[in-house]
Design a protein around this ligand. Structure first.
Ligand SMILES: Nc1ncnc2c1ncn2[C@@H]1O[C@H](COP(=O)(O)OP(=O)(O)OP(=O)(O)O)[C@@H](O)[C@H]1O
Ligand SMILES: Nc1ccn([C@H]2C[C@H](O)[C@@H](COP(=O)(O)O)O2)c(=O)n1
Ligand SMILES: [Mg+2]
Length: 231
């Protein structure tokens, strides 16, 4: 069983930057260019952490399932953990439910605690942490509590129109899959997630993936990032 996260090495050296506009501000995004020799072999003594970012409906969960199958990661979805907490009738349940209904972000302390419990009870050392961090507050709380940074950060970049279409067609009975909540989630994503994306971009850890196309086409863009890792 894995217990304490050790510090991890930095992975990538080559990068190129592109500028684009988001919410009226210009952001510089560093797109990392990876090659097999630049990816260290994860060791079983320390966790190999991948954060999976992207707007609502960008396909994070769908691609995580493919990565699990191909590379043997354990998938930890922050949203699923919070929904499980609601279903369990825990003390936090009603606050979490109203926060999710409003398209807002649950306090970091709650989410990080759930992620930590999940990591600690896993026998695996390769983790995909999906839908986290959603804000700088989330990011800092993870670093402080777990004591490390991610090795890799994936960002599924998808146009808003496509995300809205996918969420409205999802049909999984989620309380936040309605047009009013989606609009709020997109606003919160623009306001709080971009600083996180920019942070990891500047640290050379971000892999921006164009999330338009079929599930398999998108996975073929993801596969090379993890190809050096064995299952
Ligand atoms: N490439 C794709 N093309 C079309 N539909 C897709 C694609 N990828 C995923 N979907 C569908 O879009 C919906 C949203 O996908 P998914 O649940 O993976 O998104 P997500 O990023 O995890 O969203 P959320 O943040 O809301 O949990 C699902 O119904 C899924 O089947
Ligand atoms: N780090 C997180 C992740 C999720 N939530 C809440 C708010 C989201 O709208 C909802 C659903 O998450 P998803 O399944 O879309 O990843 O859960 C949060 O507050 N903090
Ligand atoms: Mg999801």
């Amino acid at each position: 069983m894995w217990r304490r996260v050790a510090s991890v090495s930095h992975l990538f050296s080559h990068s190129k930057s592109t500028k684009f506009n988001q919410g009226g501000s210009t952001f510089k995004i560093w797109e990392t260019i990876t090659s097999e020799s630049e990816i260290p072999t994860p060791s079983k003594g320390s966790p190999f952490i991948t954060f999976v970012l992207g707007g609502p409906g960008s396909g994070k969960g769908t691609q995580c399932a493919k990565i699990v199958e191909a590379f043997g990661f354990t998938h930890i979805s922050a949203g699923d953990l919070l929904r499980r907490e609601i279903a369990s009738g825990s003390a936090y349940g009603s606050v979490i439910l109203s926060t999710i209904r409003e398209g807002k972000i649950v306090p970091s302390q709650v989410t990080v605690q759930l992620i930590q419990k999940e990591m600690e009870s896993s026998d695996n050392y390769k983790f995909l942490i999906d839908g986290f961090p959603r804000s700088e507050e989330n990011r800092k709380a993870f670093e402080q509590t777990i004591g490390t940074e991610p090795d890799v950060v994936l960002f599924f970049d998808c146009p808003e129109q496509e995300m809205v279409k996918r969420v409205l067609n999802r049909n999984q009975g989620r309380v936040d899959d309605n047009i009013d909540t989606i609009k709020k989630r997109l606003e919160i994503f623009d306001e709080l997630n971009w600083p996180v994306i920019n942070y990891y971009s500047q640290r050379g850890k971000l892999h921006k993936i164009n999330a338009v196309g079929t599930v398999d086409e998108i996975f073929e863009k993801v596969r090379p990032i993890f190809a050096p890792l064995s299952k």
